[in-house]
Design a protein around this ligand. Sequence first.
Ligand code: BEZ
Ligand code: FE
Length: 330
Amino acid sequence: MAPQREAPVLLDLTIDNITPNTNRINAQCDDPRLRYLMSRLVTHLHDFARETRLSTDEWMAALNFLVGCGQISSDVRHEFILLSDILGLSLLIDSINHPKPPLSTEGSVLGPFHTHDAPVMPSGGDMSSDPEGEPLLCICTVKDTHGKPIQGVQIDIWETDSSGHYDVQHEGRDEKGPSERCVMESDANGRFWFKGIKPVSYPIPHDGPVGKLLERLGRHCWRPAHLHFMFRKEGLDNLITALYLRGDPYETSDAVFGVKKSLVIHLDKVDKATAEQYDAKEGAWLLKHDFVLVTQEDADRLRDQNATKALEKLGLRMKLVDHLPIPDVD
Ligand code: BEZ
Ligand code: FE
């Protein structure tokens, strides 16, 4: 239960006392985490307005921008995820929540184009239906941080077609069904392999408010060529990541800040023996990669350690409840 505080008298509020009074009235909330989140949000928002001497017109423009984000959003278009991505917030939140011990595979942005209807395929399956795409064979393993293969990991994989669009960005997706995406499972040796196409760089959707904002900021809207992966298994920390092609013109200027050096890979060519072994085309592109997953327990421990250190640095007296900080008021 929240400590019962007397409700503040909300009268004659000023530039200087509006913040503590807003926080005081919100402090009646009996959820300590929500209370803490709201108090920090109000404090930062109010400071932002005071520090920038925010004008009424600017605030209305910001609110209209948010309305525009809502209006353009749909089942297959999520402008608020895009906004979070271009502000660097998605990457920041992923890094806080999925800390990686050395040598484990780093995370990257999820983006708005993962779906839950990808076909389940056995290893060797071809997830591409794009005749224009350059064929790619991917041979991968999933291991733990001790190098032991992990069986039974569910892996979602998705990429654009050769025109740089995800299936959901095309008209008629409902009738045609999913393409350039699949779900598979690692075998007893932690292996999975599949066929797709060589990824291409593409612009994030930029015909809406987020695109206009990028333009005003003098930023481009391109992502370097990549393939998305999501790994899930009970007892393991979910890994959402992507592999990026070395040499892409946008390798060091990704519009959504997703690239990490350890995720930049080089493509080879499939030789005759590999083509025969994997029923692939000789001369197709070849991607080989070993992914390293972290246990849920290790990720939780590391996240708690990082949180404790960060909060101490901020001079805050906090405790962790369910791995989330709340003020330590006892
Ligand atoms: C993507 O890689 O699919 C993506 C990520 C962020 C924004 C838009 C697209
Ligand atoms: Fe993508």
